[in-house]
Ligand binder design. Sequence first.
Ligand SMILES: Nc1ncnc2c1ncn2[C@@H]1O[C@H](COP(=O)(O)OP(=O)(O)OP(=O)(O)O)[C@@H](O)[C@H]1O
Length: 250
Amino acid sequence: MSAGALIHASVTLGGRCVLEEVSLSVSPGELVALAGPNGAGKSTVLRALAGLAPLSAGEAQLGGTDVKTLSPTQRGRKAAWLAQERASAWSIRVKDLAALGRFAWSGAPYERLAEADRAIVDDALARAGAAALADRPLDALSGGEQARAHLARALAARAPLLAVDEPAAALDLRHQYEAMAVLRAEADLGRSVIAALHDLDAVMLWADRVIVLDQGRVAADAAPRAALNAELLAQVFGVRRRSAGGYEPV
Ligand SMILES: Nc1ncnc2c1ncn2[C@@H]1O[C@H](COP(=O)(O)OP(=O)(O)OP(=O)(O)O)[C@@H](O)[C@H]1O
């Protein structure tokens, strides 16, 4: 059974149809990349999977259950969501932010967590490269450091589905690698990971499959090398590969 799925799901925002009859699923053990140009609907897919974007048609499922029928706590036990925006409206210690990842199991600040939950939070902080930041306030961190703190929160949930929006954005090269490696490891542990990614080289390196969105529809859903062919790159992204490396507009 898939950890997360959309079945003919449509989403309308501000009177515009931003997802149109999208069907996709993520199975245990898979790292699925979600690619597509700006505004294609990647974040909306992740929000829909997490039960955060109301559907105008179709269904979103977590663990085979319609998300509409799940309470917020039940949803939190089935899916962890890493938002694209990493801003925080208040000053919170990094370890308390990571402790929020346990909220669906044990809603408490870091020091009041049970020992087992604290160990999970410490492990998540270490794997997100945020252990050294644990006692610092979030609003006093750089953008990349904040991103690592938020990744720790998502990892601490240990949810079957990890839906992450641009997990490597703002990270330096080493931390980009480590963030992708940790998501790969989550999938290898049997969790289902779906990650919105702009870096198509990272998609090829890390993902088992890529779902390409174009104007709210699925343009491709296949292994990265098969999906990201010259025709699709030109049609959807408006680019071609340069022989010297990288991409250029067609
Ligand atoms: N609250 C909103 N009201 C109206 N339109 C919205 C709203 N939120 C998003 N949209 C539109 O929905 C479409 C899909 O947005 P979404 O954030 O899912 O795209 P994306 O693929 O994640 O883009 P990006 O690569 O820029 O992050 C865009 O055209 C966007 O302008």
